[in-house]
Design a protein around this ligand. Structure first.
Ligand SMILES: [Zn+2]
Ligand SMILES: [Zn+2]
Ligand SMILES: [Zn+2]
Length: 329
């Protein structure tokens, strides 16, 4: 067969067919008209009357064929001598941001960004009803160095039956603070940051965007609801949904405009379903641009070199957001 494009050979190019036949460069499984190249959708927003798995959608969510997790635990245990394994319980989904192949979040209409947030919420709540699951993480990779394998903008959702270690550390810290201080450590952080002002990037009526005091990488940025809430699944539709979409889009646009469209990852940290963390935990989004190349030192020592102070990165992004807001006003 002809040599496939690099993209087409990636294991997450979504269908068996694409792997073989997508040497034709212009075939993107996420573009309208190519719905049959993905597994059947699990959610789509389209005008009433239009058939599923056809064109006319504004958001489309499909299972990731190459998922490490399965939606249904089939209970299969594999035993071989003293080795034992059970198929991972969970789901992995792809949330396609819009029909537009070339429009990352900064370039979409605000209304479409609200639709993206709505799709996050719908799928989060769907999986939260599954008693076998512990946790849902929603993430977005932008750019090859950040792990994005397909150009068409999309987020990913992992619904899993265990608590991920990074979240467990955060959760333990939150519980400790709650026991010692009688308060939510994230609410306290918001109070402190808003008083200090220097690390604030943007605020609206429901969210605060800030550069964390102990930022691990240059331009690390967090988006946090002002209302105490442990679960992303409790996002308020009338006030918090549009405010979250605004905060997310402005932050990504500032990053795009100010730093020449760098690769980045963001992920939503929300309390595990059975964590009993309603008082102690506070959901948030962490945005980590990939700007630093000091990886060797960091891997070798476990210490992070942060070459840009959080106060400087916050001021830089704040100025960009101010000029974006002025231009659109
Ligand atoms: Zn596409
Ligand atoms: Zn809180
Ligand atoms: Zn976190």
């Amino acid at each position: 067969m002809a040599v496939a494009t690099e993209r087409a050979r990636r294991p997450d190019s979504f269908t068996q067919a694409t792997k073989e036949s997508v040497a034709a460069k212009d075939v993107c499984p996420f573009c309208p008209g190519h719905e049959s190249m993905t597994p059947p959708e699990v959610l789509a927003y389209r005008a009433p009357g239009l058939p599923a798995n056809g064109e006319g959608w504004s958001i489309r969510v499909v299972p990731n064929l190459y998922a490490a997790f399965r939606p249904e635990p089939d209970g299969q245990e594999h035993r071989e001598g003293r080795f034992w394994q059970r198929d991972a319980i969970g789901a992995c989904e792809v949330l396609i941001s819009s029909p537009d192949h070339r429009a990352p979040t900064p370039k979409l209409p605000r209304r479409q960004v609200e639709e993206i947030v709505q799709s996050y919420l719908d799928r989060y709540q769907h999986h939260a009803r599954n008693g076998a699951l512990e946790h849902v993480v929603i993430l977005y990779n932008h750019g090859r160095p950040a792990g994005a394998s397909l150009e068409h903008p999309h987020s990913q959702l992992y619904a899993i039956g265990v608590q991920p270690p990074s979240l467990r550390d955060e959760l333990e810290g939150a519980h400790r603070f709650r026991e010692e201080q009688g308060a939510c450590v994230f609410c306290r952080t918001l109070e402190d940051e808003r008083r200090a002002e220097t690390r604030i990037v943007f605020e609206n009526e429901a969210f605060v965007v800030f550069a964390p005091y102990a930022a691990r990488t240059p331009f690390e940025t967090w988006i946090m609801p002002r209302r105490h809430s442990a679960s992303f699944g409790d996002l308020d539709l009338s006030t918090e949904k549009p405010a979250f979409a605004e905060a997310l889009q402005l932050t990504l646009k500032a990053l795009h405009d100010g730093l020449n469209d760098p690769p980045f990852n963001y992920f939503i940290h929300s309390a595990p379903f059975k964590a009993d963390a309603a008082d102690a935990y506070h959901w948030h989004l962490e945005l980590i641009p990939k700007l630093s190349t000091a990886a060797g030192f960091e891997l070798g020592t476990g210490m992070w070199i942060n070459v840009v102070k959080p106060e400087e990165s916050a001021a830089f992004l704040r100025n960009h957001i101010n000029s974006i807001v002025e231009q659109t006003a």
